[in-house]
Design a protein around this ligand. Structure first.
Ligand SMILES: Cc1cc2nc3c(=O)[nH]c(=O)nc-3n(C[C@H](O)[C@H](O)[C@H](O)COP(=O)(O)O)c2cc1C
Length: 187
């Protein structure tokens, strides 16, 4: 099984990074995990040039070119990010927007992309109303455009300091449970 893991925190021991690593530890031993670390990849923003509407391919030749085939061929995605002003951090939003060629292929050309399941893990500092709603919908429409179905959303507020999730047993338990369910269903 090939899994694309997407991490988008600038912090070395970010809460979202700790949780995605923990989640991935439940993937079966013969799984292959490709890790897209948004802050290390230097993927530039979409130019909105619509060149992909002709060719189905992006004309921006940067690190994203390496990820296009992987996005297509993986069997599952595990996406994790902190909430920044209710949405994904900028480097992840660039990655999402650069998936516009898939949107074109799927919804304009009517191509059948390989289907796959995805899980979204979110963390945030507050406990505000609707805190995770924008991130959920952004992920859902993006994942849909690449052929993936968002089957699970694990979202945790009250996390501010780097690494503090490690002391919160109930959150860790819920991530363990979510991971068993997600990978168990695919084994
Ligand atoms: C630029 C920025 C914007 C943020 N926006 C929000 C927000 O809108 N709501 C919230 O509850 N927390 C917000 N936070 C707090 C982070 O979501 C929180 O600290 C989270 O635990 C960071 O995850 P990480 O440790 O994986 O980086 C923001 C943090 C930063 C740096």
């Amino acid at each position: 099984m090939k899994v694309l893991a997407v991490v988008a925190t600038p912090r070395k021991r970010g809460n979202s990074r700790i949780l995605v690593e923990r989640f991935l530890s439940y993937a079966s031993a013969n799984s292959f995990v490709f890790l897209f670390d948004a802050y290390k990849e230097a993927v530039s923003p979409c130019r909105g040039c619509n060149a992909c509407f002709n060719s189905g391919e992006c004309v921006v030749k940067d690190n994203m070119q390496r990820w296009y085939p992987l996005i297509e061929e993986v069997d599952a995605l595990v996406v994790s990010h902190p909430v920044y002003f209710y949405g994904p951090p900028a480097p992840l939003k660039a990655f999402i927007d650069r998936c516009q060629p898939f949107w074109f292929r799927r919804f304009v050309k009517g191509e059948n992309l390989k289907t796959k399941d995805a899980v979204l893990i979110n963390v945030a500092a507050s406990m505000a109303d609707n805190l995770f709603v924008p991130s959920y919908y952004i992920a859902k429409v993006w994942l849909n455009s690449i052929g993936a179905k968002l089957v699970s959303h694990l979202a945790f507020g009250g996390l501010e300091r780097e690494g503090e999730v490690l002391s919160l047993k109930e959150i860790l338990r819920r991530v363990d449970e979510g991971a068993r369910e997600f990978f168990g269903a695919k084994a």
